[in-house]
Design a protein around this ligand. Structure first.
Ligand code: CS2
Length: 494
């Protein structure tokens, strides 16, 4: 189309003749939810659930104020400003169909980096009832081996000395909760939406440890008043590409500087413990259950681990996307073998879930050719992901005498990936990881000590000392370093 319409509130009616748009009033006065970490996932998930509820005429008192605590969030902040916080969600179906829809549930966005005060004020506002988080696996600030809070971070030290000048999520939560307590307002619920087992319990433990060090009285109040539901969140949300922006403009006539793309599948399983109320999310198929832990474990150990298996092996082989991996029969068979023989046995029975169906649906979702989820997104921040998605499965199988070979090859691939930083065709890999330098240094030592990479205890715990693991890992790594292709090694294990 020649002249795509700029996405903003004023143009919504005109846009509505091209694609669905919000039918509700986008009043910024109400509030209800403050969300920290407005990445693509939040925009495809919680914000979409709330949008659906508002479209049906419910939840008029609820909307979302986004908060950015990283400099990198400035880009979205600035785009949102020109678009009145509207964005397009493009659902991509396997048959090639794309369903775009304008989402309006986010009505404001504040950068905590430039001025913390407006963020604290919003969080401490009487209408705020929930502070939700997608701060990534790495954002919880705990040591993966000990599970304890990491105080050894300059921003955390700063916040302990200057509670009114918060920098991290913990500083903001305590500053806002303190104000609420001091003026007699009820606490908000802290709702973690990250891929971590017991994500609510984890958020609680970390926040209480931090608050205890900053203000023990406040910590006591938080322990009594704030609820932290665990939740399992799921929707595959690839990184937006320039081609997506182009498709939206050319095929649908909408100019949106940052649309979000996602798969049709969506799931949210949450514990129903909200200290200060919540939207009627069950009306839009959110599942409320007394105990979410089995669902979380299933999702992390099958879907997320499955992604990492394909991602790291695929990266070494040179597959660009997850669907390219599962179109390759060897990769699909390998993934299924890992899921069946290593991940499933440790899950046991999950009431109400047929794990065979779940795994079949995962393979179908991964195969969606329209999603083109890059292996570089999947491999990004592996240092935060694998200790939650994959390494516990190896430990648990070692303890029960179960199979470990499929996961072990993934660890060997990760070492090679971190060391060589090119795929098996010599093409450079796009590596995004806060620990990239440390991982590279450890992996480089492999030529002197085959176990050097897995001796990084903060990631692997005591794995290197386990004889069965060490033997299997060393032999796979040696073959890889002697030039065996990743496919030959995969084939050999099947
Ligand atoms: C992915 C997840 O980041 C990853 O490695 O496994 O982002 C995954 O796509 C989502 O958790 C799906 O719900």
């Amino acid at each position: 189309m020649d002249n795509p319409i700029q996405l903003n509130q004023e143009n919504l009616e005109a846009i509505g003749s091209h694609i669905p748009v919000p039918k509700y009033s986008r009043d910024t006065e109400n509030g209800g939810i403050v969300h920290i970490g407005v990445g693509g996932f939040h925009r495809a998930h919680l914000a979409y659930y709330l949008h659906q509820l508002k479209q049906s005429g419910d939840a008029s008192a609820w909307n979302i104020t986004g908060v950015g605590l990283r400099e990198a969030d400035t880009k979205l902040h600035d785009i949102f400003k020109t678009q009145d916080h509207l964005y397009t969600l493009m659902v991509k179906h396997p048959d090639g169909k794309i369903e775009p829809e304008v989402i309006g549930s986010i009505v404001d966005f504040k950068m905590g980096t430039t001025d913390p005060e407006p963020v604290i004020v919003r969080m401490a506002h009487p209408s705020t009832k929930i502070v939700s988080l997608t701060i990534t696996e790495g954002g919880y600030n705990f040591n993966p081996t000990t599970g304890e809070f990491n105080f050894d971070i300059p921003d955390i030290q700063h916040e302990l000395r200057h509670p009114d000048d918060p920098k991290t999520v913990y500083g903001f939560l305590t500053a806002a909760l303190k104000r609420r307590r001091d003026i007699g307002l009820p606490a908000f619920t802290v709702l973690s939406c990250d891929n971590i087992e017991h994500n609510g319990d984890m958020a609680r433990k970390m926040l209480l440890t931090f608050a205890e060090a900053q203000n023990p009285d406040l910590a006591k109040w938080i322990a009594e008043e704030v609820s932290f539901p665990n939740s399992m969140v799921d929707r595959i949300t690839p990184v937006t590409t320039p081609a997506d922006i182009e498709t939206l403009a050319q095929n649908f006539g909408i100019q949106d500087a940052w649309p979000v793309t996602c798969e049709p599948f969506i799931q949210w399983v949450v514990e129903d413990k909200f200290s200060n109320g919540r939207p009627d999310f069950e009306k839009v198929d959110v599942q409320f259950v007394p105990d979410v832990v089995p669902y979380e474990k299933m999702k992390l150990r099958l879907l997320n681990a499955g992604h990492s298996v394909l991602g790291l092996l695929g990266a070494i082989h040179g597959h660009p996307t997850i669907n390219a991996c599962v179109e390759d029969e060897l990769f699909a068979n390998y993934l299924r073998a890992f899921l069946d023989q290593e991940a499933t046995p440790i899950l046991g029975n999950i009431e109400g879930i047929d794990l065979e169906d779940y795994k079949n649906s995962l393979l179908e979702r991964f195969a969606n050719p329209n999603i083109k989820d890059s292996v570089s997104r999947i491999c990004s921040e592996s240092s935060a992901k694998l200790p939650k998605f994959l390494i516990p499965t190896i430990h648990e199988n070692l303890a029960t005498g179960g199979s470990i070979k499929f996961a072990t090859l993934v660890i060997a691939a990760w070492c090679c990936y971190s060391d060589k930083q090119v795929d098996q065709n010599g093409e450079p890999l796009e590596i995004i990881d806060v620990m990239q330098g440390t991982l590279h240094d450890a992996a480089k030592e492999t030529t002197n000590d085959a176990l050097a990479f897995v001796k990084q205890e903060s990631l692997f715990g005591g794995l290197a000392e386990n004889e069965r693991f060490a033997a299997s890992y060393t032999s796979l790594l040696q073959e890889l370093y002697q030039g065996a292709t990743i496919k030959k090694l995969m084939q050999g294990l099947l």
